[in-house]
Design a protein around this ligand. Structure first.
Ligand code: SF4
Length: 280
């Protein structure tokens, strides 16, 4: 069995940056807590906990007076609550998420209804909607309006697929253009997502089975699995090597491995080692 890794996979610059900031802060100021998991990967969260960096569900669960904001960012309303409590902030918001927040605020202030192509419950999307100052909504399906807004601004969750975003935007042009006076699209999908999706598609053209390694609640890992499956390749999304079922490998000679932007190298190498072991 041949095993091939995608040309781009695993940790992105935003996740590496967030972990570096947190580890440096923990060394300099001691144990600290993050508002929600800093990234959507259990191994990373467990590793940080061993360095004294723990996630809390809400501000009410915080102990101490230092709070780290995750790479997914927060809304201005949450920022205000943090400041009102007099907490010291360690901000690991990814610059690409920050860019989406700025785009949402500018569109809202210019009078656009901001539509975020993304998962409404995802923390990044929740934060971005906050920057739209109450003039936004998030959806993965083209919304239906009783009365079509005249000005619509569309942005994307940073980790959505390009093809999905393109179809979403096209649906407005196809059915609603006559009723719109202005449609503005800001491409806020991040570089790491684009590179990993492209590499996964190229890999899918060369293998007959793909294993995607990444947290189940990681939007970009799920996106990679969807892209590979849509390319017609048998695809499995796992978090850890122990989830590989030997039966998957029967009758497959070329196996590809890719991984989401929050998946540590160690998790990827463990999956490859397990695949090699099962091939003996
Ligand atoms: S996946 Fe993109 S938006 Fe998310 S942390 Fe990485 S670079 Fe930033």
């Amino acid at each position: 069995m041949e095993i091939e890794k995608a040309a781009e996979l695993g940790f992105c610059t935003g996740v590496r940056r967030a972990i570096d900031i947190l580890e440096r802060a923990a060394r300099e100021i001691g144990p600290l807590q993050t508002l929600g998991p800093v990234v959507h990967n259990q191994q990373v969260v467990e590793g940080l906990a061993r360095s004294g960096i723990k996630a809390v569900e809400s501000l009410d669960h915080l102990q101490g007076n230092i709070l780290a904001i995750s790479s997914h960012g927060v809304s201005p309303q949450v920022l205000e609550q943090i400041r009102d409590r007099g907490l010291q902030i360690v901000d690991t918001t990814c610059p690409f998420v920050r860019r989406a927040q700025v785009a949402a605020r500018r569109l809202a202030q210019a009078g656009f209804l901001v539509i975020v192509f993304g998962e409404e419950s995802h923390p990044e999307v929740q934060g971005v909607l906050g920057w739209a100052e109450g003039k936004g909504l998030a959806t993965l399906e083209p919304p239906r309006f009783d009365k079509m807004p005249r000005r619509i601004g569309i942005i994307s969750q940073t980790t959505q697929s390009y093809s999905g975003f393109a179809r979403f935007v096209a649906s407005f042009i196809g059915s609603d253009l006559a009723t719109l006076s202005e449609l503005r699209v800001v491409n806020t999908i991040c570089d790491a997502t684009r590179e990993r999706q492209q590499a996964a598609l190229e890999l899918a053209s060369r293998v007959d089975l793909i294993v995607v390694v990444g947290g189940r609640n990681s939007a970009n890992s799920r996106g990679l699995a969807e892209i590979c499956a849509a390319a017609g390749v048998e695809t499995y999304h796992i978090e850890r090597a122990g989830e590989i079922d030997p039966a998957w490998l029967r009758n497959h000679r070329r196996v590809g491995v890719t991984a989401g932007a929050s998946t540590p190298d160690q998790a990827i190498e463990e999956v490859i080692a397990k695949l090699k072991h099962l091939d003996r």
